[in-house]
Design a protein around this ligand. Structure first.
Ligand SMILES: C[S@@+](CC[C@H](N)C(=O)[O-])C[C@H]1O[C@@H](n2cnc3c(N)ncnc32)[C@H](O)[C@@H]1O
Length: 441
């Protein structure tokens, strides 16, 4: 770092000795958090710094997907994309290394209406949190998958934007995450750089002619950043894009990318480089006719779902043999069928609920989705009751209507309850419940 920063090194070292800033990015589709009085992250319209780190677990708006806790530097992706991708038409976007989903939720809010975002995470154990975060965000155009980057071969030329937020040596996180220091070694840096090239080569093939590849890391060294960016331009034939960030934002231009340093801006170490594919192979694949073992929803079930989805005709519905209904925007049907044909196990669609005999049991994902019907019976809970609900406790609601109720806080859905009069059944999925002791509140 001394070699890289020269006279700036003491300021950098000093910044590392201070606490990391805390920042959040609000969900524009779920306005419930009042950011008055907070200072803004200069490069993101919904990004704000908090004066101190609260216990996010104790804020129901956090659970409802009202905001995502995201390190500020990485929000620069919003500005980078806005500068090099037109939002006049719907886009096909792939977030290749997506868990836990910070950039995916950013991309979902950034992308133009009618777009598709596939958030992929190869490590299976990290997919659950990715799915959960995207469900909380509530955007119906987002889908998840779990493949190695090489498994996407049949999607050559399919995506308008591919983001590779690569696994890296994490030098930019030493302040925020001291464990990253223990994992660092010169050998690990080389291993990361080689792995990044493998991922980038696979990613590059997936970009449509005219499309954009974004490469980011949270590290500083030249092997993972500059040299890989250079390799993308020379060996992979991509055109590197110049971005224009106001000087006062404090980003540093490097050979082919941009670096955030903690002593020049309020955020962690983050590197970003953008490339356009001028020429390449156009996607040739065909959509599949059927999606795996899914079949069309029987007519009576399709009629029942109309009460649960706001604009039911804007979506298509598929049913699993076990009665689970999946749904996705109709305008993405063909694209999803193409993904289904090209990927060994297709992609995961959002669950709407499950038919058990005559009963429809709405899914958690539907409670969180912006596609949920606004006429669904709701009960607004105060903070304490919301936290009890989120601990999966049973609430007494004698004045609320009987039957299915959407538990809400500040107008945002938290999950489902069934009110039986003398008690309520809490349908929050077990894995979503707060495990912390909340008695002190
Ligand atoms: C920097 S993290 C991604 C963070 C995420 N984009 C976000 O904003 O929340 C890199 C991710 O790449 C995944 N990964 C690890 N090895 C990989 C590989 N060989 N190919 C693709 N992804 C990999 C990791 O599991 C990790 O989730």
């Amino acid at each position: 770092m001394k070699a890289q920063l020269g006279a700036d090194f003491p300021a950098f070292a000093d910044a590392l000795a201070h606490e990391s800033p805390v920042s959040i990015r609000l969900n524009p589709a779920k306005a419930a958090y009042d950011p008055s009085g907070l200072s803004r992250v200069p490069w993101h319209p919904d990004g704000f710094y908090l004066p101190r780190r609260p216990v996010f677990t104790l804020d129901p708006v956090f659970h409802a997907g009202g905001y995502y806790v995201q390190e500020a530097s990485s929000m620069i992706i919003h500005e980078a994309l806005s500068q090099c991708v037109s939002r006049k038409h719907p886009l096909r976007i792939l977030d290749l290394c997506a868990a836990p989903g910070g950039k995916s939720t950013l991309l979902a809010s950034w992308m133009p209406e009618g777009s598709l975002l596939l958030a992929n995470e190869v490590i299976r154990s990290r997919v659950t949190v990715l799915k959960e975060n995207l469900e909380r965000w509530g955007h119906a155009g987002t889908f998840t998958s779990s493949y190695d980057p090489d498994s996407f071969q049949k999607l050559t030329g399919f995506f308008d934007v591919v983001l590779v937020d690569a696994p890296c040596s994490g030098e930019g996180l030493f302040r925020k995450d001291p464990d990253a220091i223990q994992e660092w070694s010169a050998e690990h840096v080389q291993l990361c750089a080689a792995r990044q090239q493998r991922i980038l080569a696979a990613a590059n093939a997936l970009v449509a002619p005219g499309g954009v590849l974004l490469y980011s890391t949270c590290t500083y060294n030249e092997f993972e950043n500059d040299q890989n960016a250079e390799w993308l331009a020379t060996a992979q034939g991509l055109t590197h894009l110049l971005l224009d960030f106001p000087k006062e934002w404090g980003l540093t231009a490097r050979a082919k990318g941009y670096q955030c340093y903690p002593h020049r801006l309020s955020g962690e170490g983050f590197y970003l480089a953008a490339f356009r594919k001028k020429e390449g192979i156009t996607f040739q694949g065909k959509p599949s006719r059927y999606m795996g073992k899914l079949y069309d929803v029987p007519k009576k079930n399709a009629a029942a779902i109309q009460d649960w989805v706001q604009n039911p005709k804007d979506f298509f519905y598929l049913q699993r043999p076990d009665g689970t209904v999946l749904f996705a925007p109709k305008n993405l049907h063909e694209e999803l069928m193409m993904l289904d044909a090209a990927l060994p196990q297709g992609v995961w669609l959002r669950e709407a609920g499950e038919f058990k005999g005559k009963d429809f049991i709405p899914a958690q994902g539907l409670a969180m989705s912006t596609a949920l019907h606004t006429a669904v019976p709701t009960v607004e809970l105060n903070r304490v009751n919301s936290l009890q609900f989120l601990k999966k406790e049973s609430l007494l609601l004698p004045d609320a209507p009987k039957g299915w109720l959407l538990a809400q806080h500040k107008g945002l859905g938290l999950g489902w309850m069934k009110n039986l009069g003398n008690r309520t059944n809490n349908y929050l999925p077990k894995d979503w419940r707060i495990r912390m002791d909340i008695r002190e509140i």
